[in-house]
Design a protein around this ligand. Structure first.
Ligand SMILES: NC(=O)c1ccc[n+]([C@@H]2O[C@H](COP(=O)([O-])OP(=O)(O)OC[C@H]3O[C@@H](n4cnc5c(N)ncnc54)[C@H](O)[C@@H]3O)[C@@H](O)[C@H]2O)c1
Length: 389
């Protein structure tokens, strides 16, 4: 029997990598669920969890009898796991990640990795000093789609690439911002939080567009311009356009909102002189469209924890979403962090609805304006969106 295979009683062998989870409720539940197939396959053991609050609901069931600690410090004082998963509020990421790395663990760190570019550089330095690894939880970066898209472009299926558009039209009810004290804040207890649509819920869309462009490191981004608005009663932005010019000269423009009438599939569109490629990153589907018709390719995603375990076992296995490769995204986050506060959208452009999603604002025709941003690669202001005039 190999060291990593499942034992007869179903439990992973003691030699399987040890994993701890920090932050068990909220998105921590998704990590507990994602762990299950890896635990069953004997790839790892869940050795401990840390959270000042006890696990509740399904998280409690999945944590079961796993040793619980009130903090990561207490957990590390007991034992140092091979991998620590950090799924906690944004402003705690840097400190917790540093603690785990200095203790000797590798880290799967939720996105955004840190709340400022300075913190990001400091954490990259800790990675270099400790020789440990950080994988950042942009799960769409685990997709096989990037090779598919590269091949379609290289084969000339869409002609010359003329830019990349991003459309994200989601709906968030007021309960989303009521769930945690830091939600929707630009700062919290004197620290940056930067919990807006660009840097948190739809950050995957930005990270995905940058990856399609091959822009990974902070120096791969030349310029970021922003148009930040909000309809919710929050500090941060919930309806924004973002334009990024990358060092290789690509213009990426994103129209993003959490104030749509209904939730739709976010997508990244590579515009070409004779066609386009659309990547629906949550469905893991690529569509290549040109004069010959539309070709649909179902892709597959390697779970980021699995990839991290593979990398730790064999450094020849490349990380799919390394900390350093979040540098280009962090340039966008830094631009949002240092931008003026988002402009409130005037009441006449917003309808408040109460339905099965809860109570939520709907910005008039926001879907249309997000589409325009992505297709024309221009900002809400340039396009003359009514609330931006
Ligand atoms: N990858 C994704 O698609 C995705 C989706 C949603 C959220 N997230 C990320 O997951 C992370 C957590 O978000 P959330 O909405 O679940 O947050 P949350 O505020 O609901 O907190 C999550 C858990 O962390 C615990 N916690 C808070 N401070 C802690 C500390 N210092 N040490 C240990 N535990 C602590 C809380 O008690 C809670 O159980 C964020 O980074 C968020 O961006 C990622």
């Amino acid at each position: 029997m190999s060291e990593t295979s499942t034992r007869r009683n179903g439990s992973p062998p003691p030699s399987a990598s040890s994993v701890a989870l920090v932050g068990v409720n909220g998105f921590g539940l998704q990590h507990l669920l994602a762990l299950q197939p890896l635990l069953r396959a004997g790839r790892c053991r869940l050795v401990a969890v840390a959270d000042p609050s006890p696990p509740t609901g399904r998280s409690e069931e999945l944590v079961g009898t796993t040793p619980r600690f009130a903090s990561l410090e207490d957990l590390l004082a007991d034992d140092v796991p091979d991998v620590v998963i950090i799924s906690t509020p944004l402003h705690t990421h840097r400190g917790l990640a540093e603690l785990a790395l200095r203790a000797g663990s590798n880290v799967l760190l939720e996105k955004p990795p840190t709340v400022s570019l300075a913190e990001f550089s400091e954490l990259c330095e800790v990675v270099r000093e400790t020789g440990r690894t950080v994988q950042v939880g942009f799960q769409s970066l685990g997709s096989s789609s990037y090779a598919v898209i590269d091949r379609a472009i290289a084969a000339g299926e869409i002609g010359e690439v003329t830019g990349i558009g991003v459309v994200g039209t989601w709906l968030r009810a007021t309960s989303y911002y009521e769930r945690s004290t830091w939600a929707g804040r630009r700062t919290f207890r004197g620290l940056p939080v930067v919990d807006g649509v660009v840097t948190n819920p739809l950050s995957h869309a930005i990270a995905t567009a940058l990856r399609i462009d091959g822009s990974r490191r902070s120096e791969d981004v030349s310029e970021v311009s922003l148009d930040l608005y909000r309809a919710h009663d929050i500090e941060a932005d919930d309806t924004s356009s973002v334009a990024v010019t990358t060092a290789r000269g690509t213009r990426i423009a994103a129209g993003l909102t959490l104030c749509a009438a209904e939730q739709t599939q976010p997508r990244v569109v590579v515009h070409g002189s004779s066609g386009s490629i659309t990547f629906y990153y949550k469905l893991d589907v690529v569509e290549v469209a040109n004069a010959a018709g539309t070709r649909r390719i179902e892709c597959s995603t390697t779970p980021l924890l699995q990839n991290l375990l593979d990398h730790v076992a064999d450094p020849e296995t490349a990380l799919l979403s390394s900390l350093e490769d979040s540098g280009a995204f962090m340039r966008v986050l830094e631009a949002v962090r240092t931008a003026p506060d988002p402009t409130p959208i005037g009441d006449r452009h917003v309808e408040w609805r109460t339905d099965s999603a809860g109570r939520h604002p709907v910005v008039h025709e926001v879907e249309h304006w997000c589409e325009q941003v992505a297709s024309q690669l221009r900002s809400f202001t340039d396009l003359g969106a009514p609330w931006a005039r």
